[in-house]
Ligand binder design. Structure first.
Ligand SMILES: Nc1ncnc2c1ncn2[C@@H]1O[C@H](COP(=O)(O)OP(=O)(O)OP(=O)(O)O)[C@@H](O)[C@H]1O
Ligand SMILES: [Mg+2]
Length: 326
């Protein structure tokens, strides 16, 4: 199951991604947390010191593409592979129950509290938007497009809200998106935009309140997002310890905040896996990107990369002849 945390700057995406990843790891499932935000803080919050940070995906795009392409005859070269290029027969797929492929081996580390961690590496505004061939977040889209995940396996992505994820289709690669919102007008301001995109593309979202101080704050959130408000986290003293790098165990969290983590997990686990939608939208956004910029950038007709006989999901694993070979 894949979940994204999005929201305004400073709303608590990184904090909640980290807490949720740790909570999920504590429940035994394999979990990979991915830092795909402009400012890269997730590793730090997960207790990883700078020298131990994983290799950034965003600066190894060619290598990642080469591997994922496998011997898919529709993708002429790694250079012809763009962030939206969907897998087809011959592509190499990734799995979390058997993370022995070179992508997980080279780019994921295990953090002290259990979750795996991958990072895009820092990026700036020029890395965002539909026209960027070298988009670092594109690595996450490629990863998710080639990942066949099942129940009880988790990818948690700490994302930027808006621009790139909407344009490329990244926001459609998740089983659920948590929109983190502080109880302020700023905090709820991206809600409408997200809700409208989500509805258009049949993407489930849920609003998670954060830094809530009391009933008035809950009422404010409810007034602005209605039934999309799934749960909320109170302003937490325990989170300070996380931020300051002091020892922090999940059990240090206030009871209502721990309960809120359980609500998030239950809600994620309750989402149906819709591989048909996933495959349809992968193709749709690829064709859209091909027409908008990628055909021009590569000098090829990238629509031919779509394999009409490829079925997304677990069925595709049976087709693979080299799922774990380097
Ligand atoms: N529930 C909470 N209680 C107390 N402090 C919190 C809580 N959630 C987040 N914070 C604090 O708020 C600040 C911003 O949180 P965080 O870095 O997680 O936000 P972000 O959305 O990832 O920000 P950015 O957009 O900069 O990446 C941090 O100092 C964090 O410790
Ligand atoms: Mg952050």
């Amino acid at each position: 199951m894949r979940v994204a945390f999005v929201g305004k700057g400073g709303s608590g995406k990184t904090t909640l991604s980290a807490l949720f990843s740790r909570f999920v790891a504590g429940h035994g499932g394999p979990v990979v947390a991915i830092d795909a935000d402009i400012n890269q803080h997730l590793g730090m919050i997960l207790g990883v010191e700078e020298p131990e940070m994983p290799r950034p995906l965003g600066t190894h795009l060619a290598e990642i593409k080469s591997y994922l392409r496998g011997d898919n005859p529709r993708i002429a070269s790694a250079e012809a592979m763009v962030k939206t290029t969907p897998p087809g027969r011959g592509s190499r797929l990734l799995r979390l129950d058997l993370p022995t492929d070179p992508i997980h081996e080279r780019f994921a580390i295990t953090t002290p509290q259990g979750p795996g961690l991958m990072v895009t590496g820092p990026f700036d505004e020029s890395d965002l938007g539909v026209a960027c061939y070298h988009s670092k977040v594109g690595a996450v889209e490629l990863y998710l497009n080639h990942l066949v995940d099942g129940a009880g396996e988790y990818v948690v992505v700490d994302m930027t809200a808006g621009a790139d994820s909407f344009a490329s289709g990244l926001f459609t690669r998740f089983d659920l998106t948590f929109l983190v919102a502080e109880p302020s007008r700023q905090g709820v301001s991206v809600y409408r935009q997200y809700r409208d995109y989500a509805a258009e593309f049949d993407v489930p979202i849920a609003v998670v309140g954060n830094k809530v101080h009391g009933e008035d704050d809950v009422a404010f959130l409810r007034a602005h997002v209605g039934d999309d408000l799934l749960t909320w986290f109170g302003h937490s003293r325990a989170v300070r310890a996380l931020e300051q790098g002091r020892p922090f165990a999940l059990g240090d969290l206030e009871r209502p905040n721990l309960d809120a983590l359980a609500v998030l997990l239950r809600h994620l686990d309750g989402q149906p896996k819709d591989w048909a939608r996933f495959g349809r939208q992968a193709v749709e956004f690829h064709l859209r990107n091909a027409a908008a910029w990628a055909n021009r950038a590569t000098g090829q007709d990238l629509a031919t990369q779509v394999d009409p006989d490829f079925t997304f999901g677990p069925a595709a694993l049976g087709l693979q002849h080299a799922s774990v070979a380097p």
